[in-house]
Design a protein around this ligand. Sequence first.
Ligand SMILES: C[S@@+](CC[C@H](N)C(=O)[O-])C[C@H]1O[C@@H](n2cnc3c(N)ncnc32)[C@H](O)[C@@H]1O
Length: 296
Amino acid sequence: MDNYSKCQQIIKEQITTNYLKNIFNIDGFLLSFNAKTTELIKNKNVLKNLTKEEKTALIDYVCDSFVNTLYNDNQYINFTKKDIDDIKIVYQKLFDDIESGIEISQIEKNHYDRITQVLISTNQMIVELNTNNEKYVHTFVCSEYSAQFQIDLFSLDLDKLNEPILDVGCGENGNLVEYLLSQGLDAYGIDRSHQDKPHFQSTNWFDYQFVENHWGTIISNLSFSNHFIKNYLNKTNIEQYAKTYMAILKSLKIGGKWYYAPSIPFVEKFLSQGTYEIVNIPINETLSKTIITRIR
Ligand SMILES: C[S@@+](CC[C@H](N)C(=O)[O-])C[C@H]1O[C@@H](n2cnc3c(N)ncnc32)[C@H](O)[C@@H]1O
């Protein structure tokens, strides 16, 4: 195995070692470097022999693994592009510490202090949720739904769907978009967990450019509105969500529709009646879905 693949393998195992461990535990620190990571740090040659490009690729890899592990465990965690750059700096500093030859226990402490700081400054909600004596963090795992489920939920008539179609928070597999494409429709999906490929963009919805007057149909099942509600209840990122909500609405063409669930009554009540037609349809006793049509 070459040096780069060896490092990748050790990173994977290291992430498994600390999987779900609560970094904010008040009784004592639970995360640690495992034996293979310790060995890698001691045996400086492996890291030293990596090229500059390999080191950059390794930082991207460990940062991606870190971010995606957290997203998978708690769908309400959010990292913007800037946060991800800050996380890369944390790993760059880890590499610098390793190269500087300081004690392993100090390298470990510096690293977890920096990780803790980055979480505190980016996701206060998980700090509050996990500052306790639990050994493992609270998880909020997200599911994906079949295309048929989403078509039925929103009563979509595929023959009449206005194109192009955008699924905001389309899921890692983009089930609905894949199905719409298979039916010959001009559909696109964005999601931070989907890979970049034709018709799909891997992006945070806060970083995505919603072009005005562009989309015929926008769909978001249990994604944008669900996260907006969660953040509203936690009093976090409300302005960012409100701005993006308006940007999504403005990206509809006149006559275009945005279908989403669950409804967001605390925002919908402020929309201009002359510009948007809002229809709320109950799903069950507590939840409803919303269809907004841009009328001018
Ligand atoms: C419950 S899943 C629903 C997926 C899909 N709409 C479906 O019904 O199968 C929520 C999706 O929102 C995505 N998501 C959450 N926060 C996001 C963000 N800030 N930017 C982009 N996608 C996000 C997650 O990656 C996840 O795939």
